[in-house]
Design a protein around this ligand. Sequence first.
Ligand SMILES: [Mn+2]
Length: 389
Amino acid sequence: MLLLHVSDTHLGADKPRRHGRVRERELDFYDVFDEVIDIAIKEGVDAVIHCGDFFNKAEPSPQTYYYAFKSLRRLRDSGIPFLVIAGQHDQPKTATLSPLKLFDEVGLARTLAIANASTSVIKLRSGELGVTAIPYTHPQLINDVVKMLRKPESGKRILMAHLLLKELGIPNAHISLSELGVMDYAYVALGDYHLRYEVNYGGTPVVYPGSTEALDVLEASDERYVVLVDLSGSEARVNWIKLNSFRRWVVLNDVRSYSQLIKSLDKIWYSMPGKPPMLHIRVSKDLPSGDSKLINDYLDSLVRSNKILFYRIEVPGVIEEESSGTYEEVSYVPTLELVVHNVVGDKDLAEVLLGIIKGCDDVGFVNLMINRLVSDVSLLSRLERLIKK
Ligand SMILES: [Mn+2]
């Protein structure tokens, strides 16, 4: 029996959000989820198990539904069930429906746990799978929930949960491995922690695959994964599968000068796989004063030529946002109208010029626009000024 374990896909997220590139960033999350589906189909798994934060928020946009639906339909058409539990991001804040329920209703997912833990035995292609499922639960309540859990009565047993283990050594952790009682299970599939983590507890593999995209530079990693779990033998076997289509971060620490930055980046371009990366640089306190502007201008040019998606400069003590003037105003798909308006910077003049450009196969219309220009002295002198610039 083969399972593909994935978590924290955060569909609909566009983090970190940057001027003008929000849509491209959002598409990254859909791309990588689609790659996960490709892997599931290629490996011929019995089921995909998703450990929560499938969506980034409990009210996904139509676009998010569209991409989620498309990917999950491919999985269903290959006869592979999708088993999912809710993370805090999938749980509605009020007593309304979780978006995951919708996928249950149309037969694209089997939601095992949204607000309450559950135990079920699921018939899969190569046998029965017993699943104990714990959705996101407040850390103060988790021990009570765990005490009430029943083990599944038949099949290979796994535990799926969206929680933070105390063993991770981070604040707001939920529970420790011994409190969770993981030894009753052949495999423990976890979600909530966005980086890869694996520990073996008394023979039971306990695994966080990590999120499929980094939502922040602090989660940046050169590699991101899904986990192929083989439950055929008496012990679970864990295989880490590297994802390819996520967007990389380039993080440069202690940048001391403009020329040093250029040199470091030149080296990086050679080895950079995949999409244009996101760039985060931390400049040194003693950066020469003129270099700051040079760096900004250079990074702006990298954004414009699509060598990077965006950049962020961290100055000691402050986080400085990427601030490229042109990109703040140009929307994701720069239309002819936007480009002309941006270049001309004068609304009336832009309209006349657009009329001429767009009407170029309609001589009458072009003449009309030229007449408007010639008959309005101020408009004509504004055009002269623009040309001289
Ligand atoms: Mn998450």
